[in-house]
Structure formats: structure tokens, C-alpha cells
Ligand binder design. Structure first.
Ligand code: DOR
Ligand code: ZN
Length: 399
């Protein structure tokens, strides 16, 4: 049994000075707990490990960009203890055999791994079978990295109906047409299209990487009429805009593209107000070489899993965001939505824990990046509030 002593622990929505005892599960929270391994955490903050429900772990034929081992190291160094990996791998995760092989690769990583199944024209009739091996499904409505696009409206209806029957969550990249070069002005229209499908078929829906004010508003409105939907945005849309992309080119090329300053400010407001359910990174590692070939040819996507928590902890330090909201969007809400036994510090939950020093200030540098891609869009940014220790199911995985 491990005991973390004298820390400030985030329990039941509040900060409490207490000890916490765990093996693979949290066993006790209280004063003067005893156990064989005791770690003094005076002056530190203890939070549930972060859950990043949107990462591209690559591996298989793209292990030069990232693999499960490097992704795991990156995640836990940033206090993220669970990741949900997207299916646009090479080969794609659209068959039970390939999902099982991918899960085996993930088992050697130090992070908890959840896996989305991909939907293709070929497997639409067999979603029930694939559902046994995946944690959720992902649907791409428009062209993006990989080969998992379905544009046919009739097939969309079939898919929403079929996924509803499996009872699984359907994550949707709601962007019809090819990736636009600038702000997705039609994001809200595409989101309306998807919300109508979810309402008609009673599909459990998760909308990934929403970037615009109108997109958020469409989802908030749908929730009022009882559509079962959650809404995700990503740090890159909170930190950058189309202006930054004009300056930095391919390094900030992503899909959907960066939006306007007005959208960015709205996202911060919506985050603080509780309109955004989940923050996830869309961690999309591409190598520096791949990103260096000019805007048109470079692949879309930026890495981010290891800096999600620090970017938001810095916002807490700057009083731009409450710690309560941070824990909701990075831990509690994703756990609830994906049905995971983690995401909060309470007895019986998995011991996925990160210990934070809110006083450490450090500049994000290329040298410090742990993702195999070896760069970060946040290089040069000085942030305060860093994980100093991380446990996954009770096992010390960082440092
Ligand atoms: O920018 C992106 N990169 N958007 C996506 O939808 C896919 C991702 C990737 O896999 O690189
Ligand atoms: Zn993605």
C-alpha cells in the first residue's frame, strides 16, 4: 500500500488536507493512514490523473511518428493516465483482429489505453461484432489523415442506427467536405446535421474538437432538447487562432483549422461557464521532417498530450479557470462519458493519480518533448504548475 501524506487533495469537488492510501485502487482517504510506502507530499496538490479522450497513438506502420511506448511516456509525464486512441492508423482499426493486435501493443505502455473502432463502407454490416473489441466508435464525415471517410447520407443513417444498437458512444469528426484551409465557417451546419442524426436514432454522441462559437451554441441548444451529446474542444483552439497559423504555417496546420480570436475567447468563456464537457488534445504527432515541407504538402495535426494539464494548470494559476472546472473537463466528465473507473479521487476507484507542484514554472522547449515526434506547438511558452509524480493503477510511472 502506498500512502501520499500531507498533500492538498481534490476530493468531492473541494481541496482537503489529507492522506490518500492506495494499491491498484484507492483504499482510503483520511488522516494518519499507515502503509509500507509513505511519500511526503507537503505543499503539493493531488489530482485524479488526466483522461485524454482524443489521441492518435499511431504505431503499427507509422511508428516513426509515435508508438504506444513513447505515447505512454509523454502522457504520464504530463499527468495523463488514460488515453483513448483514434482508429485512423495504418492499417486502420476497422476489424476485430487488428483492434486486438493494437490493444496488445498498448498493453506494454504505461498508460491506460482505450480504443475507438473505425467505420468503413466494408464493416457497416458488422459493427455489432466490432463493438465487442472496442471502447467506442469514431466516424469521419470528411476527408482527413487516413482513409476512414464516409460521405454518403444513407450510410450515415445506417451507422447512427447501428451504433445506437451497440450501446457504444459514437465520436464524430463533424466536418463535411475536404479540410478547409481557413476557419471552418460551416462547422455549425455540419454539427446540426450530426445532431439531427443522433436525435433521430438515439445515438450516444460525442462531438470532437469543436472550434467555433456557433458550433458550441448548436450543441448546447441540442442538449436542451435532450439529445444525448457531449462536446469536446482542444487546447490548440484555446491558445491559437488563424492569425498564428498565418505566421507559423504548417506547424499550426490542423484539421479542423484554427478559428478566429472571437471564437477563441468564446471557448475560454464557455469552458469557465461549464458549456464545454471535455478538453482533449487531438494529439496528432507528425515528425519535424513531415511538417517542414510547406503548408500544402505537410500533414495536418499537432501533438499535445503531455501539455494538456500543464496548459490548464497554468490557466488556474492565472485565475482564468477554476481547478474544479479543470478536473471536470480533464478527469471527471471524460470518465463519466466513457464509463471508466477513474477520473475522481474516491475509495474504490482506480488509483490513477497525479501529484502537482503549482509553484514550478518552466518553459516548454523542444528538448523537453517526450512524444516521439520531438516538437510542440507550445515551445517557448512559460507555464506554471507541473506534475511531479504520476501513478497508473497504483504503479509509479513518472518520473
Ligand atoms: O489535424 C488532424 N490530424 N485532424 C485529424 O482529423 C486527424 C489528425 C491526424 O491523424 O493527424
Ligand atoms: Zn483527431
Amino acid at each position: 500500500m502506498t500512502i501520499l501524506r500531507n498533500a492538498t487533495v481534490f476530493v468531492d469537488g473541494q481541496l482537503r488536507k489529507t492522506d490518500i492510501a492506495f494499491d491498484e485502487k484507492i483504499r482510503a482517504i483520511g488522516s494518519n493512514l499507515s502503509g509500507d510506502e509513505q511519500i511526503d507530499c507537503s505543499g503539493r496538490l493531488i489530482l485524479p490523473g488526466g483522461i485524454d479522450v482524443h489521441v492518435h497513438a499511431r504505431d503499427l506502420n507509422q511508428s516513426h511518428k509515435e508508438d504506444w511506448a513513447s505515447l505512454g511516456r509523454a502522457a504520464v509525464s504530463g499527468g495523463v493516465t488514460t488515453v483513448c486512441a483514434m482508429p485512423n492508423t495504418d492499417p486502420p482499426l476497422d476489424r476485430p483482429e487488428i483492434v486486438r493486435a493494437y490493444r496488445e501493443r498498448a498493453a506494454s505502455a504505461r498508460v491506460n489505453a482505450k480504443i475507438y473502432g473505425g467505420i468503413t463502407r466494408d464493416n457497416i454490416g458488422r459493427l455489432e461484432e466490432l463493438a465487442r473489441d472496442v471502447d467506442a466508435f469514431k466516424l469521419y464525415l470528411g476527408e482527413t489523415t487516413g482513409n476512414l471517410v464516409i460521405t454518403d447520407r444513407k450510410l450515415h443513417r445506417e451507422i447512427f442506427k447501428g451504433i445506437a444498437q451497440t450501446g457504444k458512444l459514437l465520436a464524430v469528426h463533424a466536418q463535411r467536405g475536404g479540410p478547409p484551409k481557413t476557419v471552418t465557417r460551416h462547422e455549425a451546419d455540419d454539427i446540426h446535421y450530426v445532431l439531427d442524426l443522433a436525435a433521430a436514432h438515439e445515438t450516444k454522441l460525442h462531438l470532437v474538437h469543436v472550434t467555433t462559437r456557433r458550433g458550441v451554441e448548436a450543441i448546447v441548444e441540442a442538449k436542451r432538447s435532450k439529445v444525448d451529446v457531449t462536446l469536446e474542444t482542444c487546447p490548440q483552439y484555446l491558445f491559437f487562432t488563424e492569425r498564428d497559423r498565418e505566421q507559423r504555417g504548417a506547424w499550426l496546420k490542423m484539421n479542423p483549422p484554427l478559428a478566429t480570436e472571437e471564437d477563441r475567447e468564446f471557448l475560454w468563456w464557455a469552458l469557465a461557464e461549464g458549456l464545454i464537457d471535455i478538453v482533449a488534445t487531438d494529439h496528432a504527432p507528425h515528425t519535424q521532417e513531415e511538417k517542414s515541407v510547406g503548408y500544402e504538402r505537410a500533414p495536418a495535426g499537432v501533438p499535445g498530450v503531455e501539455f494538456m494539464l500543464v496548459l490548464l494548470l497554468n490557466a488556474v494559476n492565472a485565475q482564468k479557470l477554476s481547478l474544479k472546472r479543470l478536473v471536470e473537463v480533464c478527469c471527471a466528465n471524460p470518465a463519466k462519458r466513457f464509463g471508466l473507473p477513474t477520473g475522481e479521487l474516491s475509495v474504490g476507484r482506480d488509483a490513477d493519480i497525479t501529484v502537482i507542484d503549482m509553484n514550478i514554472a518552466r518553459t516548454i522547449t523542444r528538448e523537453s518533448v517526450r512524444s516521439k515526434c520531438g516538437w510542440s506547438p507550445y515551445e517557448g511558452l512559460r507555464v506554471q504548475g507541473w506534475p511531479v509524480m504520476t501513478f497508473v493503477k497504483g504503479r509509479a510511472v513518472y518520473p
